[in-house]
Design a protein around this ligand. Structure first.
Ligand code: GAP
Length: 528
């Protein structure tokens, strides 16, 4: 949606509340690179800030997430169809959507260091620092009182903690007010009053706060000039709105119906941090559900519930998800909520569900002069449909899967194994086929199994190194099943099937492998 979301002002969500998790986060990013999931873009030229490439395993995982979303939306809903609109669109689209006039962030420069910041981020970071003081107080008190320490009581009674909490609240209120009133002078005043210094140079020599439009622009054709200026789309949703009539005419859809799309979006984020959480080039999976006006409350609840169910179907801890209903709504929305996920740096937005009224279609009617209406055969009325939107960042979903899956386990022999407990339906490689040794005819049997299964799934064949090392390699990329061909295979036609998470093994007939894998990896097993 158009209004930019701010970092949560809830102190419990601050980075500093998760000191251990920050460490884990570093490990996850390093693991993602080491095992071919994510690389910095153009790395040999020292990278491009907030732009990333997906490696061999990352591509597989990303495609599997796309497919899981697409099938849940398009294949399993008779009344949802797909679309693949172009990234480049007529520039009037972005005037009509409001992005030309209102898609911006408040930017401030430090005159000495020449560094550029988001003004609201500087203030939020200041609040997070106060939060660290609270954390330190808690740590000290815990040390002093030992087992009898009651953290909740301490947080609600310690005068020093209460003073810090009040400071956070007051700054938060002031910041929120300035942002909602678009009051750039007040934003600068907050920075001055709090004596916030440039984190790099320590200088307090700030410029005024300016609005910075987040859309990337470029020129179409050979001539550059204002008439040829176009934008890289900042959301995929508008491609759906402008195709509303085309889809309606060609797909025989009746309201209520949805149009789903997966595609790239671009935002020139001032400060992009936290790895693939906030990128300048990213992918969205969006669905606009067109409904009869007056039914928006019902459909908003339906999509809230349906989308959460989709997330929970993956089997991660349900406490990793929560709804965050918006109190301040954009001018066109009558309800909005985020599905937040507990990333290693705290609860943050993963998906947005927005009740967008008829704002977008009406605005496109005005700017294009074309009618975007629906004749309802049931009510015999013609109207501009209302829209419920579900919008999830594919890369953010990728990060959610990666962070929830990343596990370091101490084993009985004292060693540690790093395993990605990726839900099997999303795992980049589904099965590893491993001959126990590289002789005695075992590789030949393993190859046969590989050649049979590869038609259905992404399979790895691996015969190099000791079997334990090969299991670890597969654990590290999240392969849920390993088939080992051993000497008994030659006698009775069975192999071992090893489960990644429990490391348990069972014997299974080669002839039963396909049936068993189909059962475990069937969409119905997950979404049914
Ligand atoms: N059409 C609605 C829309 O674009 P949004 O809240 O701005 O709404 C939707 O974005 C989703 O896109 C977010 O919930 C998030 O998952 C993802 N997203 C937004 N900006 C992003 C960025 N800079 N990097 C990665 N993902 C982003």
């Amino acid at each position: 949606m158009l209004t930019r979301k701010r970092l949560s002002l809830n102190p419990e969500d601050s980075l500093f509340f998760y000191p251990m998790s920050q460490d884990t986060f570093k490990k996850i990013t390093a693991h993602a690179k080491e095992y071919g999931f994510i690389f910095p873009s153009s790395e040999i030229y020292d990278g491009l800030s907030a732009v990333y490439d997906y490696g061999p395993n990352g591509t597989l995982l990303k495609n599997n997430i796309k497919e899981y979303w697409w099938k849940a939306m398009v294949q399993l809903h008779e009344n949802i169809v797909g679309l693949d609109a172009a990234i480049l669109m007529h520039p009037k689209v972005w005037k009509a959507s409001g992005h030309v006039d209102a898609f911006h962030d408040p930017l401030i420069d430090n005159k000495d260091s020449k560094k550029r910041y988001r003004a609201d981020n500087l203030i939020e970071d200041y609040m997070a620092k106060i939060q660290t003081k609270i954390d330190k107080e808690v740590k000290k008190a815990r040390k002093r009182f030992g087992d009898s320490f009651d953290e909740e009581k301490f947080l609600s009674e310690s005068p020093r903690v209460l003073k810090y909490k009040k400071q956070i609240e007051q700054i938060g209120d002031r910041l929120n007010k300035a942002l909602s009133n678009n009051d750039l002078e007040e934003l600068k005043q907050i920075i001055i009053d709090l004596e916030i210094a440039d984190p790099v140079s320590g200088s307090r020599n700030w410029t005024d706060v300016k609005q910075f439009n987040l859309m990337f622009d470029t020129h179409i054709g050979a001539v550059s000039g204002s008439s040829s200026k176009i934008y890289l789309r900042p959301e995929t949703a508008q491609g759906i709105f402008v195709n509303f009539s085309n889809v309606l005419k060609t797909s025989r859809m009746k309201i209520p119906f949805g149009i789903a799309q997966i595609g790239k979006a671009f935002r020139n984020e001032i400060i992009a941090r936290q790895f693939i959480f906030r990128m300048r080039e990213f992918e969205q999976m969006e669905m606009q559900f067109f409904i009869r006006p007056g039914t928006e409350k019902k459909w908003f609840s339906y999509w809230k519930e349906t989308r959460l169910k989709w997330h929970l179907s993956l089997g991660f801890d349900k406490n990793l998800y929560r709804f965050h209903d918006h109190e301040q709504l954009a001018h066109y929305a009558d309800a909005a909520t985020d599905i937040e996920f507990k990333f290693p740096f705290g609860f943050k937005e993963l998906e947005g569900i927005h009740s967008r009224t008829d704002f977008d279609l009406k605005s496109h009617e005005t700017h294009s002069g074309k009618k975007l209406r629906y004749f309802d055969p049931e009510t015999k009325e013609t109207y501009v449909p209302y829209v419920i939107e579900t919008s999830i960042g594919l890369d953010r979903m990728f990060l959610a899967v990666l962070s929830a899956s990343f596990t370091e386990e101490k084993l009985d022999d004292g060693s540690t194994r790093t395993v990605l407990k990726i839900p099997a339906i999303l795992a980049p490689v589904k099965v590893a086929v491993l001959p126990l040794v590289k002789k005695d005819g075992l590789p030949e049997i393993a190859r046969e199994i590989f050649n049979e299964l590869k038609w259905d799934y992404m399979i790895n064949y691996d015969e190099k190194d000791a079997i334990g090392r090969r299991y670890r390699r597969q654990d590290a990329i999240g392969t849920p099943y390993a088939i080992t061909v051993d000497h008994q295979t030659k006698e009775d036609g069975t192999v071992t099937l090893r489960y990644r998470d429990s490391m348990k093994q069972e014997r299974i007939r080669i002839t039963d492998l396909k049936k068993e894998l189909n059962r475990k990896l069937h969409l119905r097993t997950w979404l049914g």
